[in-house]
Every structure is written in structure tokens, then in C-alpha cells.
Design a protein around this ligand. Structure first.
Ligand SMILES: Nc1nc2c(c(=O)[nH]1)N[C@H]1C(S)=C(S)[C@@H](COP(=O)(O)OP(=O)(O)OC[C@H]3O[C@@H](n4cnc5c(=O)[nH]c(N)nc54)[C@H](O)[C@@H]3O)O[C@H]1N2
Ligand SMILES: Nc1nc2c(c(=O)[nH]1)N[C@H]1C(S)=C(S)[C@@H](COP(=O)(O)OP(=O)(O)OC[C@H]3O[C@@H](n4cnc5c(=O)[nH]c(N)nc54)[C@H](O)[C@@H]3O)O[C@H]1N2
Ligand code: SF4
Ligand SMILES: [Mo]
Length: 745
């Protein structure tokens, strides 16, 4: 057979690069960036290339696995669903639906078959006990924008191609390729920005890869962002720099905010954030006086004690400096499908609701219908008769990715039943009774449901499956439909297509009423996620309105363009985007103002002597991809970065083994002495620790690294979002004393 190429939107990180996959006889020959993709313009990183390794990985699951006598055995799909029926349904019958917990991981957002269909599974399950990786990540941002703009997903992104000043706080897009900002080739765009005479300032406790390509880098104390941001807001008011411009007429709470930030002048804030007052003021002036500027904050600002306040204040600064919703500032993408902020009446709405339910084991808020992943262990072991007895895990590895995963690991062992949908036996799924295998991304088609909502420009792109499914394999949406039928009580052998027909019809009926037959007829050629895309796209902001706007988009039109359709740079969307009950931007939400009391208390507390932060490397992705040969090669990436002064203080040389302790645990880890660290701060990446028994990734286990989350207590959270505090965690350090091994006699 001749070499063919097919186009695939990379599902591995948020950048959503378009790739050309050349293949022959079912084998990948090469993976390249698609030059003609209007969105990613040829960009690719090493992980994209590793899609071939992922497809070929012998450890990737290709059949369901059932655990018998403590060991996983391959099974047929029918046997696996029968086993789930036998294990899960009695738990529901005996303890009720809330006895089942569900936990969803990061790849859920990257596979449309999972993200769209898991919603149906969760509704059918009818349990309040839903958890996801969002609460070790971006939940503070959702809470902040939810209250300010009225929708959880209305997150503005830097308009990088038109800005003159980009300030980056707690993000490292050079390694992460962007987050809550879908921006392939950040490096190229940063270079172009500088070539136009623009500037980048990065504020981070480590001189990161992004800091190194910036015009200026400022060290900040981990967890100090709230002080910096309050100092900025104070300066803007105190020095007459506030210019709200066009947004002025859409703001609620400006005067209240002005009054409430009065105590936080730059001088007072400087010692707690570690940035001199003069720099805070200069930054405020730079942001206010530059015509096109954007302040972008990401995970570094979220996974800390004041995550929600940070997320809120970042947007406050953008609004007060006149950069929110303006070209060259922070702008709201308009996705072609699935964006809640393109639906309903423009300009106002019902806003968001927080904390409708509470957890049994801890007073943590429910947000976006979920609870903190860090609370699962206690909900299993501490909630008494009402605790979780069974779990469903989907594409996640919280034993490595959430704090105190060891405790979770022990708790999972006590469950009556666990079923996982995953592509590997990992540190979490090894606890399951049944694992249902996902497909290789190359066996699946794709439309990006989520990340188009944070994209640097608007496009509509679709990628078909590169390879057909293996004989007998189910796609993930089919697997989830079968599981949905099972938890609905229809038995283990529900026909996924028929259930999809039924559920899609019911969903359409809710919106379309008497028009249902006609609408279903218009999408009759499609099934599964493609049908949902078609419905959303055609009724969406660029859609053909099911024939009413003949020039508008349909899925067929998008599919006809191999690289998709460009929909242009962002345009201002306020007030149209607002969904608050007031129809205004809420600048001073009551809960946020009340939370300033915690800031006051923290101001009097000394900062920790030695604290831990994380980091990302371009060749890793959270807790997986350590099993792919092209990514795993090269230097050890699980090293502790220590500033020379700290290294000297603790007697640690380059390459030495350190004992790092926290949360009642110690780990041994090699040290890299690095001038890039802020003194008093050490950095260790997450996602490692592949030396646990029973995980099925041979290559990863050969270079296991250590699990940083063992050092992080699970109960420390941002109270407004329930998000875990993962950075700025106090630890202790010393040179490892290795046991002296007696010579064998
Ligand atoms: N200390 C510390 N901890 C952190 C972070 C940090 O910065 N510091 N970052 C946090 C963040 S931002 C996140 S998002 C979480 C991520 O946390 P998780 O989502 O729990 O972890 P991942 O490592 O992304 O694991 C995803 C799992 O999904 C499986 N998988 C991959 N692709 C597919 C697929 O297509 N289908 C199916 N069914 N399964 C698939 C893989 O086997 C993998 O084990 O980690 C968090 N943990
Ligand atoms: N290669 C690769 N890419 C990834 C991932 C991956 O694991 N590997 N994970 C993906 C996921 S799930 C996510 S959520 C995104 C995250 O994407 P980013 O938000 O860009 O994540 P990081 O690279 O961890 O950058 C966070 C930065 O915050 C800094 N930081 C730590 N503590 C503080 C603090 O208190 N204040 C401030 N201001 N900064 C602080 C850290 O030093 C770090 O440089 O990346 C995604 N992309
Ligand atoms: S940057 Fe992200 S989306 Fe692009 S090729 Fe790399 S992993 Fe894939
Ligand atoms: Mo994440």
C-alpha cells in the first residue's frame, strides 16, 4: 500500500495542533505539524510526534481487563460488562446512587467521545459525588469568571498577535504550550510580539523557559500573588490610573472595590510577595499606560491558598486598565460550538450557583456540579454509612496527580467495586475490578469541544480517524453509552447506538419541542459525537441555523476543508457575553470581598523558610507519557531544583541525593543546583512515582521518579473553589544519609 497522510488534531495538550500523520499498512510513518492548518500553522512539539509511540505501545490496553485473584486478565467486552453489572448494581441497590463516586481526569477534555458522553453517564448515575482534575487545576478561575461574567467558561485569553505588553503570572507556556489559552507555537508568537517592539514580563518563582525569552523576569514568593495583585489594584486607584473606558457602563461594584482595597498599598504588599514596591508601581503604570496590554495568569496563581482571589484580581486589573475585551488585551473567544456563552439571551442570564450541596467529610463547596478530588479518600473512609462504596474513574490517575495520593490509594482498596475507563493500568486503575480500554487517539475522530473556547483565534476544525477501530473494539462514546445503559438498570448489553439515538432525541426535544422530528431528520446521517457537533455547530454563532442562514457552517462544510475553516481574530463581546443576573460585570462579588479577611490574617504571618513548587517539561504530560520511548529518553526529569544558596545551606551538591520531607513522608530525590530558582524555593515536577506495585507501564517503571504529591497534604484548599494548594507548600530538606550496605560475607 502507498503512504497516505491524514490530518489529526493533537489531543495531548491544550494547544490542539493540527498534525499530518503519514501512514502505511496501519503503521505510522511520520508525524508532522500541518503547515496549512490556520490555527497551528505547522507547529508541533515532541509529544505530538509520540502519538506514533502511543499507538504502538504494547502496554496500552486493547481489551477489557478483569481482576481475578488480584491479577488482571484479558476479557471480552461482554464478560467485562457482565462483571460490572455484578459488582456495581448491588452497591446501588443496597446503598443508593450516592454510594457511587465518579472521577474524571484531564484527557476527558481532549477526547470528544468522552467529554460529551460522560455527561450522560453522570446524569444517569444520579450521584452528587462527582470529582475531576479541575480541582487540582483551574477551579479558582471558573469560580472567579462565573461570578464576574455569569458563566463558568467565560475566560478571556491574551490577544497575543496584537498586544504590546504581555505580563505572564504563574504560567510557563514555553513548556506547557499554554493553558486556558489555546496557543500553539507560543514561542513564535512571542518572537513576533517582540519583533513588533512589544514586551513580555514574566513573574514566577523560577526563571522559567518563558522567563528566559521574556524582556523582564521578576521573582515572586510562592503564594504571594494575591499581595502583588492587591498592590497593583491599590496603585491603579491611588495614582489615578484607572481607565475603564467602554466597559465603564457595564460595571457593578467599582466604588466598593476602590474602598475595599484601601488597606493594600504597594509598600505593605511588597514584603509578602517579594517584589519591591517600586516594581509593583511600575508594573501598574506599564499596564495602565500601554495602549494594548494583557495580564495573563495560570496554574501557578490557581493552585494556592488564594487561588480564587488571584483569578478575580487578574481580571480586575485587566478591566481597570482598559484592556479587558479590547484588541491587544484580554479577549473572549467565540467558539463555533459548545460555548455556553454563545447561548441564551445575550447580555444577562441566571449567573452561577455555588455550594448547592456539601460534602459529608469536609465543608467544601460544590462548584460546576463537582467536589474536590482531594476529598475522595475521606468520602470513602470517613463518611460512615453514607460514604462512597464504588468508583467509576475515567481517564485519570489521582493516586499520582492529587495530593496525598497514598491515602487515596489505600481508600480505593477498601471499595466494594471500581471500574475504570483508561488506556493503561496506571497507579489508580490498578485498584479497579474492571478496566475498559479507551482507543488510541489515532482510531478516533475529533472536534475540540473545550479548548476552542480558549483559543488564540477562532476556527472550526474536524479530524477524522486515521485508522479504523480494531475488530471488536468499542469507541469511548460507545463504551460510555453501554455503561450508561447499565447504570440506568437496563442490563449489561445495551446497544450503544440505540441508546445514543434515544438520548440525543430526548436532548433535542427539550430545546426544539415540536420541531424535534424535523431536526433529527436533518442530522439523520450522523451518530455519536459527530451528531452532537452537527447540532451544536448549526445552531451556533456561525451555523447555518438549519437552513435559515445558507452561508453558515455545517459539519459537512467543515469536513470538506481538510484543515478546517478560519473564523478570524477575536472581536469585543461585552455586553453580549454577559450572563450575570444584573447584566453587568460584577467587580466586587461579596464572597470575594469577604475572603480578603484571610489576606489580612496572612499578612501578619511570616512566609515559610523553604517551600516547594512544581514544574512542567515539554516531554512529559502530567502522570503519563512516561512510557513512550521517544519522550522517555534523555536526562532524568524528576529532579529537585535548588538555589545555590539553599544547596550550600543544606550541604547539597549538584547530583547529590536529598531527602525532602513533608506531610509525614520523606522522598529521596537527586538535586540539580540551579540559579534559576528563587532562594528559599525548591521545584519538583508532579506525575512521577511509577514504582508502585501492579501498575502496567514497563518503561515508565524503569525511571519511576518520585511522587511529589506524597509531600502535599490533601486537606489544604482554597476555600472559595475547593481547589488544592499544590504550590508554596512548606517542606524540609537535608542531604540524604544512605544506609551503609554491609559487604556480603
Ligand atoms: N503537585 C502537582 N500535582 C498536580 C499538578 C501540579 O501542577 N502539581 N497539576 C494538576 C493538573 S493541572 C492536572 S490537569 C492533573 C491531571 O490529573 P489526572 O487527570 O488525574 O492525570 P493524568 O496524568 O492526566 O492521567 C490521565 C490518565 O488518563 C489516561 N488516558 C490518556 N489518554 C486517554 C484516552 O484517550 N482515553 C482514556 N480513557 N484514558 C486516557 C492515561 O492512562 C492517564 O493515566 O494533575 C494535577 N496534579
Ligand atoms: N509538557 C507539558 N505540557 C502540559 C502539561 C504537562 O504536564 N506537560 N500539563 C497540561 C496541564 S494539565 C495544564 S493545567 C497546563 C498548565 O500550564 P501552565 O499554567 O503554563 O503550567 P506550568 O508550566 O506548571 O507553569 C506554572 C508556573 O507557575 C509557577 N509558580 C509556582 N508557584 C507559583 C506562585 O505561587 N506564583 C506564581 N506567580 N507562579 C508560581 C511555576 O514555577 C511555573 O513556572 O499545562 C498543560 N500542558
Ligand atoms: S503542543 Fe500539545 S497539541 Fe501541539 S503537538 Fe505538542 S502535545 Fe500536541
Ligand atoms: Mo491541568
Amino acid at each position: 500500500m502507498a503512504v497516505e497522510t491524514s490530518y489529526r488534531i493533537c489531543p495531548l495538550c491544550e494547544a490542539c495542533c493540527g498534525l499530518e500523520i503519514a501512514h502505511e499498512d496501519g503503521k505510522v510513518v511520520s508525524v508532522r505539524g500541518a503547515e496549512n492548518d490556520p490555527f497551528s500553522q505547522g507547529y508541533i512539539c515532541p509529544k505530538g510526534v509520540a502519538l506514533a509511540d502511543l499507538h504502538d505501545d504494547p502496554d496500552r490496553l486493547r481489551t477489557p481487563m478483569i481482576k481475578r485473584n488480584g491479577r488482571f486478565e484479558e476479557s471480552t467486552w461482554d464478560e467485562a460488562f457482565a462483571e460490572i453489572e455484578r459488582g456495581l448494581m448491588p452497591v446501588i441497590a443496597k446503598h443508593g446512587r450516592e454510594a457511587v463516586g465518579a472521577v474524571l481526569g484531564n484527557p476527558v477534555s481532549h477526547r470528544y467521545g468522552i467529554s460529551l458522553f460522560s455527561q450522560r453517564l453522570l446524569r444517569a448515575l444520579g450521584t452528587p459525588n462527582i470529582f475531576s482534575a479541575s480541582t487540582v487545576d483551574q477551579m479558582p478561575k471558573h469560580r472567579a469568571v462565573g461570578e464576574m461574567f455569569g458563566n463558568w467558561m467565560s475566560i478571556a485569553v491574551p490577544d497575543i498577535t496584537r498586544t504590546e505588553l504581555l505580563v505572564i503570572l504563574g504560567a510557563n507556556p514555553m513548556a506547557s504550550n499554554g493553558s486556558l489559552w489555546t496557543v500553539p507555537d507560543f514561542r513564535g508568537k512571542a518572537r513576533a510580539l517582540k519583533a513588533r517592539g512589544g514586551r513580555i514580563i514574566t513573574i514566577d518563582p523560577r526563571r522559567t523557559e518563558t522567563a528566559k525569552i521574556s524582556d523582564e523576569h521578576l521573582f515572586i514568593r510562592p503564594g504571594g500573588d494575591v499581595f502583588l495583585l492587591l498592590g497593583l489594584v491599590h496603585t491603579l486607584f491611588a495614582e489615578g490610573l484607572v481607565k475603564t473606558g467602554r466597559l465603564g457602563q457595564h460595571l457593578n461594584g467599582l466604588e466598593e472595590l476602590h474602598a475595599d482595597v484601601a488597606p493594600y498599598d504597594a509598600e505593605r504588599m511588597a514584603p509578602r510577595c517579594g517584589i519591591p514596591a517600586a516594581d509593583i508601581r511600575r508594573l501598574a503604570h506599564d499596564l495602565a499606560k500601554t495602549e494594548r496590554a494583557a495580564l495573563y495568569g495560570r496554574i501557578g496563581t490557581c493552585v494556592q491558598e488564594f487561588g480564587t482571589l488571584n483569578s478575580w484580581l487578574i481580571d480586575v486589573v485587566n478591566i481597570l486598565t482598559g484592556h479587558m475585551d479590547e484588541p491587544g488585551g484580554m479577549m473572549f473567544p467565540k467558539a463555533a460550538a459548545f460555548a455556553a456563552n454563545t447561548k441564551g439571551a445575550p447580555g444577562s442570564g441566571r449567573g452561577v450557583k455555588v455550594g448547592r450541596r456539601t460534602m459529608k467529610s469536609a465543608p467544601v463547596p460544590e462548584i460546576m456540579s463537582e467536589f474536590p478530588v482531594s476529598a475522595i479518600a475521606d468520602e470513602i473512609t470517613q463518611a460512615g454509612d453514607h460514604g462512597i462504596r464504588a468508583m467509576i474513574s475515567v481517564a485519570t490517575n489521582p493516586v499520582l496527580s492529587s495530593p496525598n495520593g497514598e491515602k487515596l490509594s489505600r481508600a480505593l482498596e477498601t471499595l466494594d467495586f471500581m471500574v475504570s475507563l483508561d488506556i493503561y493500568i496506571n497507579e489508580t486503575t490498578r485498584h479497579a475490578n474492571v478496566i475498559l480500554p479507551g482507543t488510541s487517539p489515532l482510531e478516533d475522530s475529533h472536534w475540540d469541544v473545550l479548548f476552542n473556547q480558549f483559543a488564540w483565534r477562532n476556527t472550526a476544525r474536524y479530524s477524522p480517524a486515521t485508522f479504523p477501530l480494531q475488530e471488536g473494539q468499542l469507541t469511548e462514546w460507545q463504551t460510555i453509552m453501554r455503561l450508561t445503559g447499565l447504570v440506568q438498570g437496563r442490563g449489561p448489553n445495551v446497544d450503544p447506538e440505540a441508546l445514543d439515538d434515544e438520548m440525543t432525541r430526548a436532548e433535542v426535544e427539550k430545546l426544539a419541542g415540536p420541531m424535534t422530528d424535523q431536526l433529527m431528520g436533518m442530522v439523520a446521517g450522523l451518530r455519536g459525537p459527530d451528531r452532537l457537533v452537527e447540532l451544536e455547530l448549526r445552531s451556533g454563532p456561525y451555523g447555518d441555523g438549519f437552513g435559515r442562514k445558507p452561508d453558515g457552517l455545517t459539519l459537512a462544510k467543515v469536513k470538506a476543508e481538510r484543515y478546517g475553516i478560519d473564523l478570524g481574530l477575536h472581536e469585543p463581546r461585552i455586553p453580549e457575553i454577559l450572563r450575570t443576573p444584573s447584566g453587568r460585570i460584577e467587580l466586587a462579588p461579596a464572597d470575594f470581598i469577604a475572603d480578603l479577611a484571610r489576606v489580612d490574617a496572612a499578612l501578619d504571618q511570616p512566609a515559610g523558610d523553604l517551600v516547594l513548587i512544581g514544574r512542567r517539561d515539554v516531554r512529559t504530560n502530567n502522570s503519563w507519557m512516561h512510557n513512550l520511548p521517544t519522550l522517555a529518553k534523555g536526562p532524568n526529569r524528576c529532579k529537585l531544583l535548588v538555589h545555590p544558596a539553599d544547596a550550600a545551606r543544606y550541604g547539597l551538591g549538584n547530583g547529590a541525593l536529598a531527602e525532602i520531607s513533608g506531610n509525614g513522608t520523606s522522598l529521596l530525590v537527586p538535586v540539580e543546583v540551579s540559579e534559576d530558582m528563587m532562594p528559599g524555593v525548591v521545584s519538583l515536577p508532579h506525575g512521577w512515582g511509577h514504582d508502585q506495585d501492579g501498575a502496567g507501564q514497563g518503561l515508565a517503571a524503569r525511571n519511576p521518579g518520585v511522587n511529589v504529591n506524597a509531600l502535599i497534604p490533601e486537606g489544604t484548599r482554597d476555600p472559595l473553589s475547593g481547589n488544592s494548594v499544590l504550590n508554596g507548600v512548606a517542606i524540609s530538606l537535608r542531604a540524604a544519609v544512605l544506609p551503609i550496605v554491609e559487604a556480603a560475607e
